[in-house]
Design a protein around this ligand. Structure first.
Ligand SMILES: *[C@@H]1O[C@H](CO)[C@@H](O)[C@H](O)[C@H]1NC(C)=O
Ligand SMILES: [Ca+2]
Ligand SMILES: [Ca+2]
Length: 372
């Protein structure tokens, strides 16, 4: 039976939460009882089916702490292989700690909990200058045999506008309220638009279709970790105070594009004025003041924080977000973001997905406390 996409998906790129309900899911939902959140259409999540949908034998990441499973020590590899892996790892830069103003008092999307603006202190850390690429993720998978959640589930969400006709024609589950997101069988990091696509011509693009756990597993293997939201936002701001974007307040200073976003009429027409209608090779746009590339645009980036829209104005030191939750925070927006639908390519902007979500516009980068 076709696995039902239980319904809820955060359009990372839609101002108003929209319920994505698979039209073919009705019968199955009823068998399983009321679908969570459907009544309120609280559709902030791309929500997978119950974990039972995953073969427990295959679900290796769930039972073993990824930090143990994928630590360098746990994987016996030749020093030559390890040297090769280091070569493909991202360069990191030191992000000096200190106080910064997190969030904004002029929220572009108030419902996202962008405010209030608050004083936050973060300690120094190192950050990947780039989003983790397909090549880097491949080197991790080669070394560890990691199987991503999208591969285990057998499908992932892909933006309709980048699918081939052949793949589109095979999709029977129409998504009612936001037809541009389609659950595609066989879509995963190796096949970003489904079985007839591949990554050999985009090894330097951000890896996509990775769940939160996949991202954590990669960073742990590399002796790194995901950034907290506060670290990510401090890094995004690049030393500027109270600005919208990593480079300032103007979207296109001097007519130049500073990020891979959407130009045109979402979701029907992407003019690709910035050079890319899908992802771009990492580091194709100018870095911010800290030397970080693609902090906004290209791929959304997972952070380690659980999602909440309520923030204290008391000064925080190294805040890590709530201790539990249902969704993880993602930052930065993607190549699908346009002001009309997804004004989320700002440092203060934020969105969320369930940790097992994966999609054709969601990736990550890692940080570490020590220099690698
Ligand atoms: C991973 O393994 C495949 C198959 O051996 C190889 O072609 C590829 O170059 C490897 N990738 C990396 C990044 O080491
Ligand atoms: Ca673009
Ligand atoms: Ca990004």
């Amino acid at each position: 039976m076709v696995r039902c996409f239980a319904l809820l998906f955060v359009l990372g790129c839609v101002n108003k939460p929209v319920c994505l309900q698979s039209s073919s899911c009705g019968a199955e939902q009823e068998e399983r009882g009321a679908p969570q959140g459907a009544a309120s259409c609280g559709c902030e999540k791309l929500k997978r089916d119950a974990p039972a949908a995953v073969d427990p034998v295959e679900d290796r990441t769930a039972s073993v702490d990824p930090a143990v499973r994928y630590s360098r020590g746990a994987n016996k590899r030749s020093s030559e292989a390890q040297a090769d892996e280091r070569k493909v790892q991202s360069k990191m830069v030191l992000i000096s700690g200190g106080e910064f103003l997190m969030g904004t008092d002029n929220p572009g999307i108030p419902a996202d909990g962008e405010g209030p603006q608050r004083l936050v202190h973060v300690d120094s850390f190192y950050m990947d200058v780039q989003e983790v690429t397909n090549r880097q993720f491949q080197s991790f998978v080669n070394a560890t045999g990691h199987v991503t959640e999208a591969e285990k589930f057998g499908d992932s969400f892909v933006f309709e506008g980048i699918l081939s006709e052949a793949v589109k024609n095979q999709i029977t589950q129409a998504v009612a309220a936001a037809p541009w997101w389609l659950p595609v069988k066989g879509a995963n990091w190796r096949h970003p638009e489904g079985p007839d696509s591949h990554i050999t011509d985009r090894l330097d693009h951000p890896v996509l279709h990775v769940s939160w756990a996949d991202a954590v597993a990669y960073c742990s293997w590399a002796n790194k970790r995901l950034p907290t939201e506060a670290e990510w936002e401090h890094a995004c701001r690049g030393g500027l105070k109270d600005r919208l974007y990593p480079w300032g307040n103007k979207l296109n200073p001097k007519g130049q594009h500073y990020a891979n976003l959407w130009q045109g009429d979402f979701p029907n027409h992407n003019s690709g004025e910035d050079g890319y209608i899908k992802t771009s090779p990492v580091m194709s746009f100018p870095p911010n003041g800290f030397g970080l590339y693609d902090m906004v645009g290209n791929a959304w980036e997972w952070t380690s924080d659980w999602w909440t829209v309520h923030h204290t104005t008391d000064e925080q030191h190294n805040p890590k977000g709530p201790t539990s939750g249902t969704d993880k925070v993602k930052k930065g927006g993607s190549y699908m973001c346009h002001k009309s639908y997804c004004y989320r390519y700002r440092c203060a902007a934020r969105s969320q997905n369930t940790p097992d979500s994966s999609a054709s516009n969601l990736g990550f980068r890692c940080v570490s406390q020590e220099q690698q």
